[in-house]
Write a protein that binds this ligand. Structure first.
Ligand code: ADP
Ligand code: MG
Length: 554
């Protein structure tokens, strides 16, 4: 019983730390139960995991959503509210993490997270508590004081939620979901609402830049959506096909592209990017010197290497800028991406274009630049959004040209066409030697074994690295926004290990594993797990140096 928890904690005063292990299990209370899911071994270890369970009756009022994403909005809101509320917990001294309470929400994205799960039968919230000690001796009185305060907060928590803010977040996210789902039938790949604030305070801050120029759609690209809650919203609709984002340096090109990358996820009200909505299967690709590539059929871009080297099942431990970009594009297609975003700044030029002069000089070309593949992408129904400042050769092929001037976009498609006609590049658009075919690969289960003869160690190291057994997977080219997503990747990779059979194609495998666990909540005991898309999980697989693949039977 929950009321027995307090005297029990007090009775531990002065005992050795492992006595805390007896907390494990469920403490039933009035209105909610408290469960110690994991109890740390010492005050310096990762803090203990505590779970609160409110029965269905108590949370009926939270079921104000109509769309599954609305439920995620509720869960996200609860976790943020809990985090804010726990700031008022009493200070509690001791060694290591003693008395510290951690609720994990790291970004303004509305994501499914293991920290909050609103199921049919109950609401679960998970967070970490550093159980107080002085050295290895339990500070039982302090623990009692801390948990009394904590329980008090949890008792009032649901009642004292800011209902208005909750409704507004749910509506925001449901409107987002509505737009995201309608993009394809409207022939669009992205929407940027008028008034959106795209730039961030700094490279390391998620906060909106103060005094930024609000986004304003060019009249010729202006569209509107009649969304379920807010009514009619206006903004720029980016059509399918090839879109160029251009303009002088520092006029906001990369900022717009970044916002589109973030726009695959909804944002909380106040973020500035609430109305930036990108196709759910959009992915940014870039060059990545030194990455490993396993068994990719690179022929659509890289072929006929010297001395007859074959690239139909290409592997390398140290890819070049162009090879890595070619691999990233083909892997994204293999995983089902429908929109690719590229920035000239981070793309190997020789894979973007080969101009007339180089065409004339170099006869034994082994690269087919993306420029010669634009028609094939269109034929496949895959759209491209390219930031270009220096490569004018794309103007001939672009469906939409967006010109940024002092952060204000203007449509320059016709102008671009006229310029393309007035200044022909003289470049030959040859028929590429190989079709844009995407071979699918089946990973072998051993690939995902993190043990390699020893105990598995899997953990994130910032947003850019995942320690996976013996290796460190470089995730810097992936768009991840929370450490919890990195941790999730580690957990999912281990699931793939059990699931892979050496025959199932990567895309199927990844989608199957992700689809099997509806609530991340049951993926791991830890609260620091957040949703990732199949595109990111696939991209992590593709960067495993231990990956082994076979060509999958079609
Ligand atoms: P580009 O890629 O065209 O060189 P960036 O997108 O990197 O330009 O933007 C250059 C700078 O302008 C950045 O510091 C960015 O924060 C700032 N910036 C971008 N958009 C806006 C805006 N709408 N209002 C104010 N500053 C902006
Ligand atoms: Mg830039």
């Amino acid at each position: 019983r929950l009321e027995e928890l307090f005297p029990f904690l007090a009775s531990l005063e002065g005992r050795p730390y492992p006595f805390y292990k007896d907390l494990k299990g469920t403490w039933r209370g009035e209105g909610f139960d408290l469960r110690f899911v994991h109890v740390q071994g010492d005050p310096f270890a990762t803090p203990s995991v505590v779970e609160v369970r409110y029965p269905a009756k108590a949370v009926e009022g939270l079921r104000i959503y109509r769309h599954p994403m609305g439920r995620v909005a509720v869960e996200d809101f609860l976790l943020r509210s809990l985090k804010a509320r726990f700031r008022h917990l009493p200070f509690c001294g001791g060694s290591g993490h003693s008395g510290r309470v951690f609720v994990e929400v790291e970004s303004p994205k509305v994501l499914r997270r293991a920290g909050a799960h609103l199921g049919q039968e109950a609401l679960y919230l998970r967070f970490r508590v550093g159980l107080p000690a002085s050295g290895r001796r339990i500070l039982g009185k302090e623990a009692e004081r801390l948990f009394r305060a904590l329980v008090e907060h949890l008792r009032g928590f649901l009642w004292e939620l800011d209902g208005r803010a909750l409704v507004s977040q749910v509506q925001q996210v449901e409107d987002f979901a509505y737009i995201q789902e309608s993009l394809p039938q409207r022939g669009l790949v992205a929407f940027v609402g008028d008034g959106a604030i795209l730039p961030r305070e700094s490279g390391v801050s998620q906060k909106p830049l103060r005094g930024a120029v609000p986004f304003q759609s060019p009249p010729s690209l202006r569209v509107s959506f009649r969304v379920p809650h807010k009514g009619e919203v206006f903004g720029m609709g980016l059509p399918q096909g090839l879109t160029l984002i251009t303009g002088g340096g520092f006029h906001g090109k990369t900022t717009l592209l970044e916002a589109l990358v973030h726009g695959v996820y909804p944002h909380i009200p106040g973020d500035g990017r609430e109305w930036v909505v990108t196709h759910a299967l959009a992915q940014r690709v870039q060059s990545e010197d030194g990455r490993s590539v396993k068994g990719v059929d690179l022929r659509p871009f890289v072929h006929d290497l010297p001395l007859g080297q074959d690239t139909s099942f290409f592997s390398t431990e140290d890819a070049s800028g162009s090879t890595s970009l070619a691999a990233a594009i083909l892997e994204a297609l293999e995983l089902g991406a429908r929109v690719l975003l590229l920035d000239e700044d981070t793309s190997a030029t020789n894979l973007l274009v080969r101009d007339a002069r180089m065409q004339a000089l170099v006869r034994r070309e082994t690269l087919t630049p993306l420029l010669d593949r634009v028609q094939d992408f269109k034929a496949r129904g895959v759209s491209l959004i390219l930031v270009v400042g220096g490569v004018g050769d794309y103007l001939d092929l672009a469906d939409t040209v967006l010109l940024l001037e002092e952060y204000r976009p203007r449509e320059a498609t016709l102008e671009a066409k006229a310029i393309a006609q007035a200044h022909p590049t003289g470049r030959a658009f040859g028929e590429p030697r190989y079709p844009l075919a995407v071979a699918s690969r089946a990973p072998l289960p051993e690939s995902f074994d993190p043990r390699r003869g020893r105990k598995a160690r899997v953990k994130g190291r910032g947003l850019r690295e995942l320690v996976y057994g013996e290796e460190v997977v470089d995730l810097s080219a992936l768009d991840l926004f929370e450490n919890a997503q990195v941790r999730a990747l580690g957990a999912w990779l281990q699931r793939l290990w059990r699931q892979a059979d050496g025959k199932t194609p990567l895309r199927e495998l990844v989608e199957e594993v992700l689809g099997r666990v509806e609530d991340l909540f049951s993926l791991e005991e830890a609260p620091e797990v957040a949703e990732v898309r199949s595109l990111e999980l696939g991209a992590a697989v593709n960067r495993l140096r231990s990956l082994e693949v076979r060509r999958a039977a079609e």
